[in-house]
Each structure stands twice: as C-alpha cells, then as structure tokens.
Ligand binder design. Sequence first.
Ligand code: SER
Length: 590
Amino acid sequence: MEAQQLREAFIEFFKSKGHAQIGSASLIPENDPTVLFTTAGMHPLVPYLLGEKHPMGRRLCDFQKCIRTGDIDEVGDASHLTFFEMLGNWSLGDYFKKESIGWSFEFLTEHLGFKPEQLAVTAFKGEGEIPRDDETADLWRSHGLKDDQIFFYGREDNWWGPAGVTGPCGPDTEIFYDDGRPKCCDECGPSCHCGKYTEIWNNVFMEYFKDENGRFTPLKQKNVDTGMGLERVCSITEGKETVYDTSLFTGIIGKLEEISGSKYGDDTARDFRIVADHLRAATFILGDGVVPAKVGQGYILRRLIRRASRYMSKLGYDGIFMEQVCDLIVDQYGPNYPELIRAREDIKRNITAEEEKFHKTLSKGLRRFNEMVSENAGKEVLDGEAVFRLYDTFGFPVELTDELAREQGLKVDLDDFDRRFREHQEKSRAGAEQTFKGGLADHSEETTKLHTATHLLNAALRNLIDPDIRQKGSNITADRLRFDFNFDRKLTPEELKSIEDYVNDAIRKDIPVVCREMPVAEAKASGAIGVFDDKYGAIVKVYSIGDISSELCGGPHVTHTGELQGFKIKKEESSAAGVRRIKAVVGKFD
Ligand code: SER
C-alpha cells in the first residue's frame, strides 16, 4: 500500500468510527512559544485537549505535517527524518483505552494486513504517583496478543508529552512491527535499537497536565491522542527497507540523481537522503511563510538549506538546483497540502536567494576549513576564532562546522565560539545576545520576554486606547510578538508612541512579575483578564505586573519587567474586519 492509499484508508477508517477529518495545521505553532515547530498531530489541538470545545466534535482525525529537528544528525539512516507526516485520531473527552486499542488493532490487522503475531506493544509500568497500566495490557490480551508481545516500560519510554515545556501528557501504549527475526539478545524488545522492532503507532492516554514547575495534575477530561508516522508505516506496507526507498522519496531522489549525475547507492545513500529530507522540510517551512533568518524558525530553515547545499556538493554537483526540487515536491504534495501550491513562487524565490548566497562562499569556506584542519594538526579541538571566521565570512552555521570537524575526528570549542559570537554581536550593536540565544541555542529566554511584553502591550491598549479591547490572537516567535485585538480603525502614530512609552515606562520601573495559582472563579472575581477562560482546568495561574496587568496565563514570564530592556512597535496593520494587529520586539534600542 502506497502513501496516498494509506492516508485515505486511515481517514476513511476513522470516519467510519464517527470521527471528523480536520485539516493539517501550520508548521508554526499558533500559541505555544516553547517550541519552534509543530512536532505532533496533537500540537494544534492543545486547547481542545485542555477542555475547549472543538467545532468539529469530540472525535477527530487528520494527517498533520510535522518537523522535529532534535535528531537532525541522524537523518540519512533508515528511519530518521526532520519533516514527516503524522496520521492521528483523537478523543476529546469521549472514548478511552478500550475503543482506542480496539480500533488500532482492527485497522492494522484488517486494513493494513498486519498479522497479530507481527505486533509488539508496550504499556506503562508505573512510576511515582502514576500506577502500572494493567488495563492496557489486558485490552491487548483480549485481542489475542500473547504476554511475550506485551512489554512494560517506565516514564522514559512509555510516557508522552507535553509537546513543549508545559501541556497535556500521559502514559501511552506504543505499537511496533516485529519483522520476525530472532531477538538480538535476552533484553531485546521494542526499546532495543537492533532493527527487529519498528515503531508504527503511539496511543497516548492523555490524562495529565504538566505545569512549569514540573507538577502533574489530572486533566478535567480524559483524552486519547494517537500518532502514526506515515513514512515508517509506508516502508512496511510497501515492503521497503528504509523510509527513503518508499514512494514518498523515489521521485525526489530520482530528481537529485538526474541533477547531480551521481547514482543513489551504498556509498552515496546518506548524502542523497540528507539532501532529499532537508529540501522536503525546507519546502514545507517556506510554504508556511518562514524565510531564512538568524533566529528562530528562520535559522533552522537556513541550516537545512545550507546543509543540503553542502551534501549536494559532496555528491559532486556544483550548481544552483534547489528550486527544481521544490517544484517537484510542490507537485507531489500539493494535492494534500494546497498551501504549497499557493506559495510555490515564494518558496522557489526564497530558497534560491538563500542557496545563491551560500553557494558563493561554500567552496572557499570548505577550502578554508581544510587549511584550518592542517593548521590544527595534532590538536583535538578547533579554536573558536577559526570557527567564528567560518561563520562570519563564509556563512557556515556553527553546527555545520561542528559536523565537518567531527568528520575529521576534531571537536569545536563551542564555548569559545559563543563568547566571540556575543562579543561580535555586542560590537555590531545588533542587540543580540538574544539573537544568539534565539538562533543557536535556547530560544525560550527570548520568547519568555515577549510573553511578558504581550501582557504589557495588552494593558497599554486597554488603559490608553479603549478598555473594551480584548486579545483576539497572539503569536510569539523567537524574534517578535504578534498581537491581534478588536478595534475598528488604524491607530495614529501618536497613539502608537504613547503605547510604546507606556510599556517602556513599565520596563524602566523593573516591576516584579508575580504568578499566583487560584480557582477560576477567584481569578475572575479578582478582575484578572483572560482569553483562555476554562482552558486550563479548575486551578489557573494569574500573572500580575504591579497594578498594570493581571492576566490568566500559562506562562512562562520573566521575573521583572526590566529584563525586557526595551520595547518597540514594528508594525500596526489590519488583521481581519474589526481586528488590528501589532508586531513588536523587545531588546536594547538606542
Ligand atoms: N503525540 C503522540 C506522539 O507524537 C501521539 O500522537 O507520538
């Protein structure tokens, strides 16, 4: 069964079980500043998993585009990908373990042709306050699975989520395909990496909420969240050894062979796979409106494009080629993801601009790198100055230099690089300790500031412009906040200036940001504002900033407003009828 048939079979099956199909959401999470990309099908559903009513009902299914960059170094083996599609079905406070396990078993055995003995499953063995999940094991037994097909694991393996720092999570049962070969050792089981077991589906019994203090509290509704990796299952249903040999990749790899004149085989497979994976991911990220940048999603995009460029040059090709591959990817995926068709020209223009920029310096940079390796002969570590020069002069993302160095058995002095990077940024007044943080390492500090800035902006609008202003939407990336609110005309330059002054005044006063937990009713009675009302369950958090702002919110926030340093509005525009949009940034401005 090929990918498209698999998508259709999955959706049809769950529709027959009373599920409504929902569309794939953007790769850029709408309301979660703690992650850069949508990493699972459940991500766009978080508000509904927390109790908000979904307009399509309580049983949903979809295929969702996802990006995970945590394993980027492993891309190129048999199964790792940065972009993938996840098939999923959800119960929002409706059915639970019995139906979920029953339908998974039915779909796998009756529609995909798996034999019950080819399955292996896991269940939560119990840890801390959460008990062992015998119910799940019994349900699998009721479908004929033998005890030696059922494995109990702890939190490490059998607990899912939350997707970001906080959010819904719970114990899961993972379903694996057992290819039938003998166990590699006595301990061999689904958590073993010998290749006997391939994970195909994960059913999460989402009953808990993890807060930012790491505490788990029961959710007021019990949900089911499942995810099946389309590419992995496809490799089994198409009888292929790796995800890259499936119908999802044959066209893309064929095109790369044609362009490079090189053949996909044992020696070249990894290079081809990396280029194919990265260009597929880049096409989708560009398709959602992200452009290459120094921070946030744009930086990941830049890394993907530059890494693809380097691996194509390893394949012996030295030209500009990416937009042809994007065209093919848009053609292949457009019927399921029409946003790609709409963005086709933007995708091609932006990828080519980035490709050309890097292409000019790639070969010189590689030469320089090789010289550095000779100069450092006998040493184990490349010094930060050399690495910084490759970044600054040749546009080599530090992760790429690190990878090149590792290929030569060398390490990069990342601390030294960080120091030089910061010094440079300070000198160039780009305000960019944040840029560094946002781009290369932990983006949460920056987004945390923007979260607090959003509360201050909301307060400024209500206090200065109109007390009836309400938040209509909020989106935070590593480098800006975006705030939508009801108001029916353009704000004047004077009004915008007064809002900026108001927020900057609050920042100058370095007011403590205080978080208190309380029941919803008490929060409302205290006058706290909040767009999320019942979303967070019975106990909510209220963040207060002096007497300026008191708002229901999951956080995270800075501890004092002074950490924001400064606030600047970059844009005010219309977002929809009766809704205005402000984009703003924080940092030190002269
Ligand atoms: N959220 C779970 C996962 O990503 C199930 O979809 O595996």
